[in-house]
Design a protein around this ligand. Structure first.
Ligand SMILES: Cc1cc2nc3c(=O)[nH]c(=O)nc-3n(C[C@H](O)[C@H](O)[C@H](O)COP(=O)(O)OP(=O)(O)OC[C@H]3O[C@@H](n4cnc5c(N)ncnc54)[C@H](O)[C@@H]3O)c2cc1C
Length: 465
């Protein structure tokens, strides 16, 4: 590239009519908006943002970045806490125009563009009374969430998002386009189910669908002062509950807005956010052993609703543009000492939006073996995340400190690694610890498909033949 021409100018000249999307550089009016990602703490200035409208566009930009030895980031929904959907001074492949959703109700599958958000998918599948497991927020990208694993409201009943991934279409570091499945490139199919964006750009996903129309869902809140008792009961209850019932434990602050009663506004609480696939009576029976074992809650806001309504219930509370600092761990047990530490930090949440979640990993997620996919921690029982969140940049130090202190106090009780989708940039040892025995196989697949580590803006797996 000429040192005088910008990356965007060079790309426009070199790609010409072979590229049908939009090429945006710092000199363009759209740049300020186009470079934003969900976490406002991430403030990177790419040299080029390439909004791709087809797999061919993606292949062109992959080749361009490789030929010019530019750092390359791939952006799905842009939600990643560590900002792995963008890169300073490099090229961003923005997949957001690739947002087509095609439901096949007879085959019970949905084909999803690599830049879709889960809200787009959930709305389309719900029209047929169907769903595939995703997360708990509709604005999250299908791409990053799926490639990292995908934990959410339907995990206990139907497994992780990757457990329902039947096929993917990809652009490799060479620019070649391939389809991966059990029959085609099975090594790559294994690696992308948990290995993140390390192996190429996924331009479309094919997921299995399940009969999920309305669900019984919502939160139950108790005073944060009761959290030792509630968490102690919850840790025994959820692993033995029927699979149809998912319930993640949380510390949160009741938002000062409807539908929450005014007397609870801004009160720190602990709670469980439920999702039951089935009818109201069965849901009540499934929750009863926990609810009957602990004191009356402050609020039991559980009712029937369309699945997408639960999936988007947090979207208003967490719009794009807040500051986020994440830490995470997998845990197998929550001993009494850990309960006490949770109780302390739950009471000390520094801001209204800061939160801690314990996502259950059992039921259908345990039907798959630790080396069947790249996602190694099938023997964990929860993924913990400590998320310091606030709209005001002045509170960054406070949210970061709370999140790190909480994590450090509990890490000795963890299983060692963390869910890669909820980590910050924490170094190679942490990535290795999160893939355990699967790491070497992942490094080998990486050496086969991306020997020069073109796709390195991710929780990186270093190529090793
Ligand atoms: C508010 C919020 C709620 C969340 N809730 C959940 C949850 O319930 N369950 C859960 O499991 N996770 C959850 N997460 C974590 C989420 O899974 C990760 O942040 C994930 O990385 C987001 O994916 P994305 O596509 O939006 O991110 P991006 O920032 O766009 O990308 C993240 C990484 O994935 C890669 N990538 C994205 N799309 C593709 C693609 N098509 N092909 C190749 N690589 C790609 C990128 O290169 C990057 O390395 C949540 C995050 C936030 C901010």
């Amino acid at each position: 590239m000429s040192t005088l021409a910008t990356a965007a100018e060079t790309a426009r000249r070199e790609l010409g009519s072979a590229f049908s999307g939009q090429l945006i550089g710092p000199e363009d009016a759209e740049y300020a908006e186009a470079r934003k990602v969900y976490n406002a703490m991430i403030d990177r200035r790419p040299a080029l943002i390439a909004r791709c409208t087809s797999a061919d566009d993606v292949a062109e930009v992959v080749r361009f970045a490789r030929n010019h030895q530019l750092d390359l980031a791939v952006r799905g929904g842009g939600h990643n806490g560590a900002g792995l959907g963008t890169v300073e001074d490099g090229v961003v492949i923005d997949l957001s125009p690739l947002n087509e959703v095609q439901v096949d109700p007879d085959a019970r599958t949905v084909r999803v563009g690599g830049g879709c958000t889960w809200g787009e998918v959930d709305r389309a599948t719900n029209e047929h009374g169907l769903a595939t497991p995703s997360g708990i927020i509709a604005t999250t990208g299908v791409g990053g969430l799926t490639l990292g694993g995908g934990l959410g409201h339907l995990t206990r009943n139907y497994g992780l998002a990757i457990d329902n991934l039947l096929e993917a279409e990809m652009v490799l570091a060479s620019g070649e386009r391939v389809r991966v499945s059990d029959d085609e490139h099975p090594d790559l199919y294994w690696a992308i189910r948990g290995g993140g964006g390390n192996f190429g750009v996924v331009t479309s996903f094919l997921f299995r669908l399940h009969e999920v129309d309305t669900i019984i869902g919502g939160p139950t809140f108790w005073p944060v002062e009761a959290s030792a008792e509630i968490l102690s009961a919850y840790r025994e209850f959820i692993p033995n509950a029927p699979r149809e019932l998912n319930g993640f434990f949380a510390f949160t602050t009741v938002p000062p807005a409807p539908p929450f009663p005014e007397e609870l506004h801004m009160r720190k609480v602990c709670g469980v956010v439920w999702c039951y696939v089935g009818g109201e009576e069965d849901a009540a029976a499934a929750m009863a052993p926990l609810l009957e074992a602990v004191p009356e809650p402050l609020l039991h806001g559980v009712h029937e609703m369309p699945h997408p309504a639960l999936q988007s219930a947090f979207d208003g509370l967490y719009p794009p543009g807040d500051q986020w600092y994440w830490r995470a761990d997998f845990v197998k047990e929550i001993p009494d000492e850990a309960v006490q530490i949770h109780t302390k930090f739950g009471a000390e949440m520094p801001t209204m939006k800061s939160t801690m979640h314990l996502y259950p990993i059992d039921g259908a997620a345990h039907d798959v073996g630790s080396s069947d996919t790249a996602w190694s921690y099938r023997d964990a029982k929860w993924a913990t995340t400590y998320a310091g969140v606030d709209a005001d940049p002045a509170n960054v130090d406070a949210i970061r400190k709370w999140s790190i202190d909480y994590f450090e106090a509990l890490h000795p009780y963890s299983a060692g690694g963390a869910y890669v989708n909820m980590m910050m940039d924490e170094g190679q040892d942490r990535v290795r610890a999160s893939y355990r025995d699967n790491y070497d196989r992942l490094a080998h697949v990486k050496a086969t498909y991306d020997p020069d580590n073109l796709f390195h803006v991710n929780q990186n797996i270093e190529p090793k033949a």
